[in-house]
Ligand binder design. Structure first.
Ligand code: HAM
Length: 346
């Protein structure tokens, strides 16, 4: 018997109800915040993800469903939604139009990861991307929107927050981090040794417990932020405080995608096991430019729908309907007509 591929699931019956219940809630919250639907293709040029998510990331380096198509184009199934939305934004010349553009989307993403509970090779995200608002209030909006969606679904969370600095403060920090990594290089794992030269800040979220015990003493980026990043981070915390959104500062939160600067955040749940990240996002002010657009600031987030489906508290739906039966064969036609009438009057 032919089975579905590892890490790729069918969604039917009750799962489908949960799925659509979540999409309906998330869509209505996103629309209240002024976001509009966008749909981008599942298949894109591989170069799009190499340039945006970054060649040193695990997603691009190890997890892409990449192949050469019949026209000899190097293509891949999208591992995430942001890059495609930015590509569309630039391709439709919205960067040249200026102003503010806010999009939401949902759909399948593909990552060739080792499948386990909460970690699939084809999974679904609900995401939003906001372009052209150069203000930390928009970062706060993203976090409040995620929180609103989770609350409406009855899902509790912990919010982890960090700032990744910008092109002013990051290079200097990177140097001090590299010096630190060199000082412990003999003790760290092979992946971290490699990351030291490809993308040093990624060592900070290494899953190896011995590496983590060493990085407790690593220099912290939030202590080296330039004044602009520091002011934004302070303001963001103040807005969240004023709106009753609790957070934890996690100086090791670096996110697995290379395009972020300044705000980075993750929502985690303590109720679903080791794959606990239910949503993640942040600011990515350089990505539009990087993909050949006019410089445009941007911020966004995405939520993992399968992980959320484990947590959603579904409302009790009362089942109402009719049962129409025929006592003998001659009445069947009448019954079909009656049933059809009832259905079309609903
Ligand atoms: P991400 O953190 O890679 O961010 O993914 C967002 C969410 O997708 C995760 O928090 C998790 O819930 C879910 N997810 C990721 N990988 C898997 C998997 N293998 N199986 C099941 N669920 C998974 C992004 O993708 C960014 N594009 C988010 C963003 C939007 N940043 C700015 N705008």
């Amino acid at each position: 018997m032919i089975q579905s591929l590892r890490g790729m699931n069918d969604i039917l019956s009750q799962d489908y109800e949960r799925f659509t219940y979540f999409i309906d809630i998330a869509t209505s919250v996103a629309q209240k915040y002024g976001f509009h639907y966008i749909e981008t293709p599942l298949l894109e040029e591989t170069a799009l993800f190499k340039r945006s998510v970054g060649e040193s990331s695990d997603i691009v380096g190890k997890e892409m469903y990449q192949f050469i198509d019949k026209g000899k184009n190097d293509v891949c199934l999208r591992p995430e939604g942001t890059a495609g939305v930015v590509r569309a934004f630039v391709q439709k010349k919205l960067d040249k139009a200026g102003g503010t553009h806010r999009f939401f989307y949902h759909g399948s993403m593909f990552r060739y990861e080792r499948p386990q509970k909460g970690r699939l090779r084809q999974f679904h995200q609900f995401g939003v991307e906001s372009f052209g608002v150069d203000s930390v209030y928009e970062d706060a909006n993203m976090i409040m929107m995620t929180s609103d969606i989770l609350k409406a679904c009855g899902i509790g969370y912990r919010l982890q927050l960090n700032s990744l600095g910008d092109s002013n403060c990051m290079p200097q920090y990177r140097q001090s981090l590299v010096s630190f990594i060199t000082s412990v290089e003999e003790e760290i794992c092979e992946d971290c040794v490699r990351r030291k030269s490809t993308n040093p800040i990624r060592v900070l979220d290494c899953k190896n417990t011995h590496c983590q015990s060493l990085y407790v003493n690593a220099p912290k980026l939030i202590n080296s932020l330039c004044s602009a990043c520091d002011e934004d981070f302070t303001k963001l915390k103040e807005i969240l405080d004023n709106n009753g959104i609790k957070y934890e500062i996690d100086t090791h939160l670096v996110r697995g995608l290379d395009y972020y600067s300044k705000t980075a955040f993750e929502f985690v749940s303590d109720d679903i096991g080791s794959q606990s990240a239910i949503a993640g996002g942040g600011r990515y002010d350089k990505l539009v430019e990087f993909l050949d657009g006019r410089p445009t600031t941007a911020v966004g987030f995405a939520m993992g729908i399968e992980r959320l489906m484990e947590l959603i508290v579904m409302p009790k739906i009362s089942q109402e309907g009719y049962y129409i039966g025929a006592l003998d064969d001659n009445a069947i036609d009448l019954v079909v007509q009656l049933a059809h009438k009832k259905k079309s009057h609903r």
